[in-house]
Ligand binder design. Structure first.
Ligand code: PLP
Length: 400
């Protein structure tokens, strides 16, 4: 019996679902084990879910308002606005900042598709700048050069990939000089910190995802926006309910992107555990780092950021020579892994119209060839990490 919930999830992880049901080798150490997490909070979750059914209120309501308050406090901002998904959070943020046709938005090509998909979906054009190989995030020097040559850029959209904040100060500074907002894609980074500030509190708007596999994941789709700007908060609240501030009166056209009460009830339970889960992720990442260093190469653990930061290790991502063969070996030993992401966004078919040839962003392209995410989740045992690192060690000593 495969213990991971991951391969059971259709949709984004559909191919692994297929591998699982078609009798591929059982994964003993999955990338993530949501079932193990559920066992630790089952009673609390069941009580919260029962409460929602007793109330028969399923959309927004007191649980959503309470979650918004608690997330705002957790992220160190004055307002949080629940919505339908992380993708919707990005769309709503762009809409609230009046970004649309004729505008450009500067972002990283090395991210989950939704970041640039949202830009295109509001009718704007994604403009990419390469990543810093030391952080996998937007390189401020590259961003500056692109910004200087693109007068139509109306917003910066840095991503805090894998749970590590981008180098925000220089990005905030260049946005301030240009008089444009910064939207943080913090989908993978709840609780991450940059120079003592929380992800989602530094730009004009922060966008979070509650996709079940996230560090704070719901029991379905969900997302939240954070901001310190009361006017933006009010606009976002209206946009998520078809642009209405007073029921049945619409000042502008919005959409339906409300957060379900059930999601909020489950997320409120999980939020109470998030700090201890994050502490355990950080501890496990430290153990990985120690064990990988002891191998003496050639695997490179995630670099330590060149600025004070709290990495929340949504993913633990190594750079690995012969990455695909290593992945096969891990799988043969019952160890899950994943490639986030195998094709940078400037090379995606749907973005061919942007006209970026191969070689446009060498660091993003190199990262796509080298990265491999290894299992990390709070309930994981230290001995699993020792086993994974010894499989990696044997793989390279055999091939050298
Ligand atoms: C960086 C990033 N941005 C945006 C999203 C979109 O979030 P959702 O899946 O909740 O729509 C994700 C989710 O995987 C993400 O990782």
């Amino acid at each position: 019996m495969v213990s991971s919930l991951y391969p059971r999830m259709p949709g984004r992880h559909g191919s692994r679902y297929h591998e699982c049901v078609s009798g591929a080798k059982a994964i003993r150490i999955p990338l993530l084990d949501l079932r193990a997490q559920y066992e630790t909070i089952r009673a609390e979750v069941e009580q919260a879910v029962r409460g929602v059914f007793e109330s028969q209120q399923f959309i927004l309501g007191p649980d959503v308002a309470a979650l918004e308050q608690e997330v705002a406090e957790y992220c160190g901002v004055s307002h949080a606005i629940g919505c339908g998904s992380g993708t919707d959070a990005l769309l709503l943020a762009l809409r609230a900042l009046d970004i649309g046709p004729g505008d450009e938005v500067l972002t990283t090509p090395f991210t989950f598709f939704a970041t640039a998909g949202a830009i295109a979906n509001v009718g704007a054009r994604p403009v990419f700048a390469d990543i810093d190989p030391a952080t996998f995030n937007l390189d401020p020097a590259q961003a500056r050069a692109v910004l200087d040559s693109h007068p139509r850029v109306r917003a910066l959209l840095p991503v805090h990939l894998y749970g590590l904040c981008a180098d925000m100060d220089p990005l905030l500074e260049m946005a301030r000089e240009r008089g444009i907002p910064v939207i943080e894609d913090a989908a993978q980074a709840i609780g991450a910190e940059y120079r003592g500030r929380r992800a989602g509190s530094m730009g004009s708007i922060g966008c979070f995802s509650f996709f079940p596999t996230k560090n704070l994941g719901g029991a379905g789709e969900g997302g939240i926006l954070t901001t310190n700007d009361g006017r933006l908060a009010a606009r976002l609240r209206a946009l998520r309910v078809h642009g209405s501030r007073v029921r049945y009166f619409h000042d502008e056209v919005g959409t339906n992107s409300r957060l379900d009460t059930l999601q909020a009830a489950v997320l409120r339970v999980k939020l109470r555990h998030l700090e201890s889960w994050t502490a355990r992720r950080i501890q496990l990442a430290g153990l990985y780092r120690e064990k990988l260093a002891a191998l003496g190469g050639p695997v490179m653990p995630p670099p330590l950021p060149p600025y004070p930061a709290r990495h929340v290790f949504h993913q633990f991502v190594i750079r690995a020579p012969e990455r695909d063969r290593l992945r096969e070996r891990l799988s043969a030993r019952g160890i899950g892994s994943e490639i986030y992401y195998p094709l940078p966004l400037h090379r995606q078919k749907c973005f061919a119209w942007l006209g970026y040839p191969e070689g446009s962003f060498p660091e993003s392209e190199r990262a796509a060839r080298e990265v491999l995410a290894l299992p990390i989740y709070p309930e994981m045992s230290s001995s699993s990490i020792e086993e994974i690192c010894s499989v990696i060690g044997r793989f390279y000593s055999a091939s050298s």
